[in-house]
Design a protein around this ligand. Sequence first.
Ligand code: TXA
Ligand code: MG
Length: 354
Amino acid sequence: TEDSEYTGSHEDEVNKAIREAADLLRAGRTVAFPTETVYGLGADARSNEAVERIFSAKGRPSDNPLIVHIADLSQLDEIVLDVNDTARRLMEAYWPGPLTLVLPVRPGAVSPRVTAGLSTVAVRMPAHPIALRLIAAAGCPVAAPSANRSGRPSPTLASHVGEDLAGLIGGIVDGGPTGVGLESTVAEAGPDGTVTVLRPGSVTSEALARVAASVHTDPALHSGREENSPAPRSPGMKYTHYAPRGSLRIVRGQDPEAVAARVQAELAAAEARGEVTGVLAYDEHLHRYRASIVISLGPIGALETAAHRLYAGLRRFDEEGATFMVAEACPEEGVGVAVMNRLLKAAGDEVIDV
Ligand code: TXA
Ligand code: MG
């Protein structure tokens, strides 16, 4: 009869997916899983062979270290040597959550492929029930970069992971869309209470300053493509990321009217040249723009929406064959710092200041 076959509840299916994924991790394979930021591609952080599978699936340069994910504070002491007071207070305030801390690695605790030979390791405890359950079930620290091919936007849906990595990884746990949409904040706390932000994210400098004596940003993040610019302390920040296949530029300025006029002019000129145009803009101006692909980043006053939508928008440009794209800048405040950081990378620092 039609109901003789028990298909199982959603709950049962999630439990089964987590069990199977944990088995794969224990067997030294790779698994993509959701976190509150973006999907990660996980492997047993202790195993050279497992971690090697991450690098080869992603096509990732081997000098770019990975973040180790834990589900419980008891896993931390196995991985790191020493946690100073500031780092401890940051964990209390923001873990589980989208904050990665760079800490002195305990020699031999994780594969040297994870740390790329550095004396530090980046650790985070994700605030996502599937991620936490998977890591706990695997019973090991889980190294996990974003689950995209190197150079592509980070995945915010399981289908994005499939687009990039199908056939190259052990499996995917589908947990629906991720929350934040941009990768975690990476920070390092010095013994003097000073915190340095190596990669901006949704745990903002203002949020860190509520806990730390002072907060700085790695000066290399501001130096764009200038020659002789300092090397970023987070090795991954030196790579061009997220770049869409067409050409993307950002229009930035104090006067919203001037910004909108310039975006319109750029799009009109591109249309006239026969380009397939795209625009990434805030709701306030969206109605003014004509382009083949129009993507809303939400209201300018709620940049969490922009963070949540940015990567899917960049992927859509590629899917629909955009050759020329314009993005509106947002104020570099709060999560806007992270949005602009990723957008500038996507645009290869092509900015039109008006
Ligand atoms: O939200 C996230 O952080 C996601 C999810 C999956 O957790 N993961 C992620 O990983 O974005 P990935 O590999 O795409 O970015 C890791 C960043 C890179 O910029 C890398 O250079 C930096 O963290 N990093 C890793 N270990 C480091 C270390 N020991 N010192 C400084 N930076 C480090
Ligand atoms: Mg990444």
